[in-house]
Design a protein around this ligand. Structure first.
Ligand code: RNT
Ligand code: ZN
Length: 422
């Protein structure tokens, strides 16, 4: 491991190298810490939640692996997340799902949930000074009948889920108000069909109607902002999902709510980076679920791929840091879950840093001059600029372990805490 002196020396050299290309690394370090990344609660317990409803996950979501030590209680999940936070540089939020409700006394169903079941989460977030985001949970429940919720032909089923959506917005508003920090309320439904449908129109029209019922009530956008998340397909919903990209893009633009682009929800070679500046021509803000698709899975731990870097470049180079709510979305039960959080979150921030130290002004100038040869040449050489030294220095200044040193801490937590869970 490097000493503080070595880290500083390496940074000084890197800074000079970057400065020659017109890049201000000190400025980049100031910015990169302040971009909030919302970390999903569900990596900590395999999308289990705490309702103990005994329902299988379903909805095309599948978590594989049985690595020991998953959080079994809200207290454990909170402790695990704090452990992850302790090795993460920069600002983070925590993204809750409605199924992480804590029943106090009477068990309430999803259509009766209120902020009361989230008061411990709110108190905790306040205590550790993080913002919270929220998601209604439209899966792992007996009222998902025939794989559908808000698009169901059965009015009673639809109504139950509409009520859940309404309750979730009220919870989001209570969270935002209590924390004085806007809560992103993201809606994703599993609705779809395994095989070719005979009616593509009905479910979509019903879905739009259900959504209008959920979003009818005006809520102070300082407390809660709403977003809808499209998906191309899921396991068991391979042929049709009413909530497709076009459906929700049109819905979000016409209702002026947010759209959530999940990196794993499109065709395997279709990235979301290029969609950011397109959608932001028509919406004030969007949300991201940064994920990694692998073949038919859309939820592998985020790694520092070209796609991730392209996403971060679009956010940073486009000047959209204030208009894109970055969130992570993946779940892997085959490795240490705290480490999974850490790896994905650190990669997200590494990608943001890489975008911030790229010689973008120079690249833009070359482009404006029509010198595409030099643009390509610089873009490629810039890939091996000493960003690692900047990242190490950033981690050191943030008071978190440098390089892979975080792993020893998480392994220690595994030995002393996680391994004791049965
Ligand atoms: C599912 C969506 C959704 C979920 C979470 C658990 O494909 O990506 O965001 O991952 O709601
Ligand atoms: Zn998602």
């Amino acid at each position: 491991m490097s000493t503080t002196k070595q880290i500083e020396q390496a940074y000084r050299l890197a800074k000079e190298r970057y400065a020659a290309l017109g890049v201000d690394t000190d400025g980049a370090l100031k910015q990169v810490a302040d971009i909030p990344v919302s970390i999903h609660c569900w990596q900590g317990d395999d999308v289990g939640g705490f309702e103990n409803a005994g329902e299988a996950l379903g909805g095309g979501l599948a978590v594989t692996g049985n690595y020991p030590g998953k959080a079994r209680t809200p207290e454990e999940l909170r402790a695990d997340f704090e452990e992850a936070l302790s090795v993460l540089p920069g600002i983070h939020r925590f993204n809750l799902h409605a199924c992480y409700a804590e029943m106090t006394g009477r068990k309430v169903d999803r259509d009766e949930l209120s902020a009361a079941q989230f008061k411990n989460w709110i108190a905790w977030a306040k205590a550790i000074k993080i913002g919270l985001d929220f998601n209604p949970t439209f899966f792992a429940h007996s009222k998902v009948v025939g794989g559908v919720t808000l698009s169901s032909a059965d009015k009673a089923i639809r109504q139950f889920w509409i009520e859940h959506g309404i309750r979730s917005r009220e919870i989001g508003a209570a969270i935002g108000k209590a924390l004085d920090n806007t809560c992103l309320n993201n809606l994703w439904i599993p609705d779809g069909m395994k095989d070719t449908p005979a009616d593509r129109r009905g479910p979509r029209e019903r879905l739009a109607e259900s959504l209008d019922a959920i979003y009818q009530k005006k809520i102070n956008p300082k407390h809660n902002v709403d977003s809808v998340e499209p998906k191309l397909f899921g396991i068991g919903a391979e042929s049709y999902t009413p909530g497709s990209h076009e459906f929700y893009l049109g819905y979000a633009v016409s209702r002026q709510i947010l759209l959530t682009l999940d990196a794993g929800h499109f065709h395997p070679t279709e990235g979301i980076a290029d969609k950011i500046s397109s959608v932001l021509c028509y919406l004030p803000e969007i949300a991201l679920h940064v994920s990694r698709g692998v073949r038919w899975d859309s939820d592998h731990v985020v790694t520092l791929t070209d796609e991730l870097q392209a996403i971060a470049q679009e956010i940073v180079w486009g000047g959209y840091a204030q208009r894109v709510r970055i969130g992570l979305d993946y779940f892997d039960a085959s490795i240490n879950r705290v480490a999974a959080w850490v790896i994905g979150a650190r990669n997200m921030r590494k990608a943001l840093l890489l975008a911030l130290v790229a010689p973008i002004a120079k690249l833009r100038q070359l482009e404006a001059e029509g010198d595409y040869t030099s643009r390509l040449a610089l873009m490629e050489d810039a890939k091996l600029l000493p960003a690692g030294a900047v990242w190490d220095y950033f981690c050191a200044r943030q008071g978190v372990p440098v390089g892979e040193a975080w792993l020893a801490r998480v392994k220690d937590y595994e030995r002393t805490v996680l391994a004791k869970r049965s």
